[in-house]
Every structure is written in C-alpha cells, then in structure tokens.
Write a protein that binds this ligand. Structure first.
Ligand code: TXA
Ligand code: MG
Length: 343
C-alpha cells in the first residue's frame, strides 16, 4: 500500500473523511500526538487499527468527537463531575472514561463496560470528524511499544505501507498524550497524566485522585484500572536512566556516568535542559528548564532520535513532577523502566 502524506487542506480533509467512511485508516493530527483513526462504530475498521499498530486486543481505544452533542448516543450516563470537566477543559487534551452505550463495538472498548471519549482542541482533528460524520476511534499512531508520534514524519516512519493517508498539521503543540480520567464515579481518578493536570481537575471538581501506577511499574499479577498501564511503552533501545535532585549534582553525576559509559565502549547521550552545561558531550535538548511544556513537546522526538542515532545509553535529567511535569515524568519513567536515581 502506498502511504501519502498531505498537508491539511479542505480537499485533503475531505479525502481523509471518505477513507474513514469507507472503513479505512487515516493518520490524523491532534494537539497532543498524532492518532491512527478509524470509524469508531465500524468493528471491521477498528480491527485494522490493532493490526496496523501491532496492538494487544485487550487495550481499549479512545473515541474522538467534534462537539458535545455527539456524546449522548455513545454513553449511558454523564456523571456530575464528568459534566464539569467537559465544561472546563473541552475542547482539549483530556479523555474521560464513561459508561459505554451498546453502539460502541467490543473491539473499541476491549470488552470493558466503559469507553474513553475525547473532544480534541485541534481544529484539523475536529474538521476531519465533522466531515466524516462519524466518531473516530484513534490510539496514538505509533507501532506498539514505540514513542507516540508528534510529527507526520514520525507517523510515516511507523505506518509507511500500512495506511493510505496521513494528514500533516505540523508538530503537536502539547506533545504528550491526553490526560485519561476515570469519570464514572464522584471523584475523578487520573489514570494517565497529561495536559490537564490533577491541580486543574481539583480546582473544578473539589477532589481528585491520581492512580498509584502513574509513577511506579506494575508488579506481577497486579490488576490495573487502565489496560495501557500494563504495557512497556516508549522504550528506546538505549539503556535509559533518570537522575533527580539538586541541578548541579545532577549535571555532575550525568557527566561522570557519560564519561564512564564512553570509556566502556558505549554510545551515551544526554537528555538535558538548555541552561545546563554538559560540555561537548552529546545532548538532545529538552528545552528550557523554566518551561516544562517544552520538555513535554520534545520528549517523544528525543526518544526517537536516540534510536535513530544508535545511542546505547541515555542519561536523562528529571523534570519537577508538578503540572505538565507529572506527565513528562510518567512517560520518561516508563521509557526508563522507572530506573530513577536520586543524587
Ligand atoms: O492524546 C491522546 O489521548 C491520543 C490522541 C490520538 O487522542 N490517543 C492516545 O490513545 O494516546 P492510546 O490508545 O495510545 O492511549 C489510550 C490510553 C491507553 O492507555 C488505554 O489503556 C486507556 O487510554 N484507555 C482507553 N479506554 C479506556 C477505558 N475504557 N478504561 C480505561 N482506560 C482506557
Ligand atoms: Mg499510545
């Protein structure tokens, strides 16, 4: 199959919408990461997503809509806390887990009684959903186990030959996937941190819980509330370690580890902030230490770059785990198998 990449235009969106209606897959931009979209109400189309990604069948998909009015047929109820979150943060980088209606195929919900719904801020994403006239099921458009794609080029690397079309809307503004929030109960539970932070949710709902697995790995046999937590994600081939603590000590430790790795014949690289001095050592920038949003926007590209350059050891500076920083540390932590050293 020939995979075309087309900049967003009314014609390209119309072509993508035709593909969605015909039961095909489209690489679609959103403000978080690129998605791999299919008609959410067409089980055959949804199964193609799992095949193209190599995704385990027990990991459910998020259903994207272009307006609040499209939601009632997809769910059995909208609890009070969910309604408040919708009002406050949609359109935006937030997915709400709600009780699913019967029209949602089992392939989408992976057999669960719930469905994740998201109203994205990306104008291009909403244009595509509107033009298709269908809710669009879309996971991140990476092959399973690779970092989520934040450019159309990343999608092409992973999906070339597997899908007919990728809509290119430039780099994603947020850069980490949406916050996934279980909104089936009275108190929202953050299952995956993202652009809508626990602090923001508490301000709107009065309470919030953050699932304990956000910052630690799963133990053998443990039950999870969100199947995505089970899988090793975002893993670069390089052995990845995170260093946290006082900035100067972190820099010194990273430099010492770098030099030792190089002396041992490894190819080390540093994921570090622009303000910090690592001399002439290889550094992939996480942007400014004062603007954690830049680390969010750059992290997945940086992880892909490690592999593209054949680095064998990655030494990462930690980000403060508040605000969007919690999402960055969750993704970086998973890439490192939660190998985090306090120095
Ligand atoms: O920003 C995003 O959310 C992107 C863009 C494309 O919208 N999508 C995305 O989808 O990241 P995906 O499939 O890569 O991640 C969805 C996560 C998975 O961890 C999945 O297990 C969880 O959400 N999830 C989906 N439906 C769920 C449900 N009903 N209950 C619990 N967790 C669910
Ligand atoms: Mg994903």
């Amino acid at each position: 199959m020939l995979t075309q990449v087309k900049p967003v235009s009314p014609e390209a969106v119309e072509e993508a919408a035709r593909l969605i209606r015909a039961g095909d897959l489209v690489g679609m931009p959103t403000e978080t990461v690129y998605g791999l979209g299919a008609d959410a109400l067409n089980a055959q189309a949804v199964l193609k997503i799992f095949a193209a990604k190599g995704r385990p069948a027990d990991n459910p998909l998020i259903v994207h809509v272009s307006a609040l009015t499209e939601i009632p047929p997809l769910v059995r109820a909208i609890p009070e806390a969910a309604a408040r979150l919708m009002e406050a943060f949609w359109p935006g980088p937030m997915t709400l887990i709600l009780p699913k209606a019967d029209c949602i195929p089992d392939a989408v919900s992976a057999g669960l009684d719930t469905v994740g719904i998201r109203l994205p801020a990306s104008e291009a994403a909403r244009m595509l959903i509107r033009a298709s006239g269908r809710p669009i099921a879309a996971p991140s458009a990476n092959r399973s186990g690779k970092p989520s794609p934040t450019t159309a080029q990343h999608v092409f690397e992973d999906m070339n030959g597997r899908i007919p079309l990728i809509l290119d809307d430039g780099p994603c503004a947020v850069g980490v996937e949406s916050s996934v929030i279980d909104a089936t109960g009275d108190v929202p539970v953050v299952l995956r941190p993202g652009g809508i932070t626990p602090e923001m949710i508490r301000d709107v709902c009065g309470g919030v819980r953050v699932d304990e697995h956000v910052m630690r790995p799963l133990e053998e046999g443990e039950i999870v509330r969100s199947p995505g937590m089970k899988y090793r994600h975002y893993a670069p081939r390089a052995k990845t370690v995170i260093f946290e603590g006082e900035a100067q000590r972190v820099m010194e430790t990273i430099c010492a580890r770098y030099d030792a790795a190089e002396a041992a014949g490894e190819r080390p690289a540093i994921l570090g902030f622009d303000e910090h001095d690592f001399g002439a050592r290889t550094r992939i920038s996480l942007g400014s230490v004062r603007r954690p949003q830049e680390a969010a926007a750059r992290l997945f590209g940086a992880l892909r770059e490690l592999d593209a350059r054949g680095e064998t050891v990655a030494l990462c500076e930690a980000v403060e785990a508040t605000g969007i920083g919690l999402a960055v540390m969750n993704r970086m932590g998973r890439a490192a198998g939660f190998d985090i050293e306090r120095v």
